[in-house]
Design a protein around this ligand. Structure first.
Ligand code: NIG
Ligand code: FE
Length: 410
């Protein structure tokens, strides 16, 4: 048993049966001057210092002045990819838009070309290094998508890399099939053929082999239509895959109501939102996930998080870590952005990055809050005045150490 004492503020305390929405996001539960008991890998007990009963423990760690919180839950990433796209970054600085770059063979298809040339081992080696780095800066659960293979062989290769990560890292990792990320070159004149390949071959085979947990599609002008999304989501449902969908990044094309009807766990991006999209999300079980790193990096509008929160819709935030639109997986920065760019309060941002992120990838039973029996996956900060310092010092992180499954990460 390990005892953490004199914790300045212990954040996101409690067990939650559903994601927090509306005013509850701003009322993040926390305890000042707290203790936390860890038994092996899990949280055994916690409370106010004054209520601490004498305990036989192996180790006492005094955390005077420090904040303790659950590790970040990054519910939307494309962590497995072949190479960076720094050249496109420079092209954009020189005036081209993300869409113009995609239209001339860059973008997603550029990443597809590179990934098809790499072996599982090579992809895994890079992905593993990326994930290790993210854990050191506080990410304790992650969702990872396929979508740079776009063929049966290469999508499988990506999903197998995610499986290898699941074996190596003792944190919750979820895999999402995003075969409908773009139409691959060889199906350029036969989009129905590609949809058929996804529906009839990929989904049944990958679901049967337990290679994926969720189904995704890039529903957007120039990529996939709402009708195509419905076909893919229905096929996913037939094989037990719940949707998490890329929607409304550049255009509001009416896909949100349909995704909600298909019981989407989350709809992600939402930089463009029509009133009817908000109405569709109200009183649904679908979480709205904002990806402010993408807005920042490719200079597009930010998701109107305040409108969503005011409408009592649960909001999660995630990095969208990918080589094209958000080449950073730093959740500390995402939390800052939520405050600075999405105008969320620190409490709302921390809730969105922990418990709501956990719900947005179906792992809230084991992570995302400080609750008895949950994994002791904790961020311990340096001495700071309050948790407000976390988003305040953008681009920095105030992490002193990480406890992963109860043990200090070295
Ligand atoms: O979430 N929008 C679609 N997919 C990614 C970007 C993919 C890429 O540019 O490689 C996103 O932004
Ligand atoms: Fe994405």
């Amino acid at each position: 048993m390990k005892l953490l004492t004199n914790i300045h503020q212990l954040l996101v305390t409690g067990d939650f049966k559903k994601p927090l929405a509306g005013k509850a996001m701003g009322a993040m539960p926390f305890i000042e001057n707290a203790y936390l008991l860890i038994d092996e890998k899990v949280i055994y007990d916690y409370g106010k210092m004054e209520d601490l009963q004498p305990q036989a423990v192996d180790e006492v760690i005094d955390l005077t002045g420090r904040v303790v919180l659950p590790m970040w839950c990054d519910s939307h990433t494309h962590l497995v990819y072949a190479a960076g796209r720094e050249n496109e970054f420079v092209d954009r600085i020189n005036g081209l838009s993300y869409e113009e770059i995609a239209n001339r063979g860059g973008g997603i298809l550029n990443s597809v070309k590179k990934l098809r040339n790499l072996s599982t081992e090579a992809l895994y080696k890079d992905a593993r290094e990326r994930l290790h780095e993210l854990i050191t800066i506080g990410t304790g659960a992650i969702e990872i998508k396929s979508g740079y293979g776009l063929s049966v062989t290469d999508e499988r290769k990506m999903l197998e890399v995610i499986q290898l990560l699941k074996k190596e890292f003792d944190i919750p990792i979820k895999a999402t099939l995003l075969a409908a990320h773009a139409i691959p070159e060889e199906y350029k004149t036969d989009r129905d053929g590609y949809i058929k390949l996804i529906v009839e071959e990929m989904i049944p085979a990958f679901a049967k082999a337990n290679l994926c947990d969720f189904i995704d599609i890039f529903c957007e002008k120039g990529y996939f239509t709402v009708a195509e999304m419905e076909t893919i989501l229905q096929a996913g449902a037939n094989h037990g895959l719940r949707p998490k969908v890329h929607l409304n990044q550049f255009n509001a094309i009416g896909g949100i109501a349909s995704a909600v009807r298909h019981k989407a766990l989350s709809v992600d991006h939402l930089e463009e939102l029509a009133d009817e999209d908000i109405a569709a999300l109200q009183n649904s079980d679908t979480i709205a996930t904002a990806l402010p790193g993408c807005s920042y990096f490719i200079n597009i509008p930010y998701t109107p998080a305040r409108r969503l929160i005011n409408a009592n819709i649960p909001v999660a935030i995630a990095t969208d870590y990918n080589p094209g639109s958000s080449p950073s997986g730093n959740m500390n920065f995402t939390v800052s952005q939520a405050c600075i760019n999405l105008k969320m309060t620190p409490e709302e941002a921390i809730v969105a990055a922990t418990i709501n992120g956990a719900f947005a990838m179906g792992v809230a039973d084991s992570v995302g809050s400080i609750s008895k029996g949950k994994k002791a996956n904790l961020i311990i900060t340096k001495a700071i005045s309050s948790y407000n310092a976390l988003p305040y010092q953008f681009g920095m992180h105030q992490i002193d150490s990480i406890l992963l499954n109860g043990d200090k990460l070295l």
